[in-house]
Ligand binder design. Sequence first.
Ligand code: NAP
Length: 250
Amino acid sequence: MTAKVALVTGGGSGIGRAISHRLAADGYATAVLDLNAASAKTVVEEILENGYTAAAFGDVDVSDRSQVDAAVESVRDSLGAVSVLVNNAGITGFKKFGHITDEVWERTLAINLSGPFYACQAVVPDMTKAGWGRIVNISSSSAQGGQQFMTHYVASKAGLVGFTKSLALELGPSGITVNTIPPGFVDTPMLRGSERDGLLGGSVDEHADRTPVRRAGKPEDIAAACSFLCSEEAGYITGQIIGVNGGRNT
Ligand code: NAP
């Protein structure tokens, strides 16, 4: 039997890297797509060393529909039609509301919200044809409670939550589930970058001490939830927000 194909955007780093590893270990031929070609290639080399199947698709900006379409076409040619899509690529941002420029606002929405829109439109026809598909959108716990100085970021992620719920209703009859995982405080290069820039209001360790489970999240925590949502067993779960945040948001 040919392996099903999973496509992970932003698969070269942090949460996307862990999801790529996990889905490959679950038996999916995994397409690791990233703007950063070197990191996508490294993740694929790691997966291949572990004896699983993967291919890198680097230099792809998810905010550009033509690049997304071309990448999905390459995935089809090299691995096969996509059965699982994880929209994980994203950028963060901290700015006082009055300092958010049009450019920053539009770039944030283009990557965090239009990116998933383009990727879904590119893969849904194949999933519909197969009568089976799994889409997982990585949003953010900040969209559950709001976050000061992140209006643009939170708006993009809250948009992704609404996008998930609506698309789930439309695609359910086609055998396709659509869910979102809003991570909270996961130890990745993105989080450490924010810590370095003094934007967290304390260190990662200080925040971990205030988190109910008393630790920061690991990328593998998100990957485990994602693996389940992509499984056969999760076929009755759709349109849901599955928080993975150590109890920081309930
Ligand atoms: P990360 O370590 O920065 O990884 C993000 C990956 O996405 C990077 O490889 C990045 O490439 C890539 N990327 C950025 N812009 C892209 C674009 N336009 N097209 C394609 N790829 C692009 O971040 P992370 O912490 O793993 O975050 C992953 C997702 O989880 C994001 O959507 C983030 O908003 C969400 N999230 C994370 C946390 C957390 O605590 N870490 C919390 C809530 C939500 P470059 O290396 O070139 O930048």
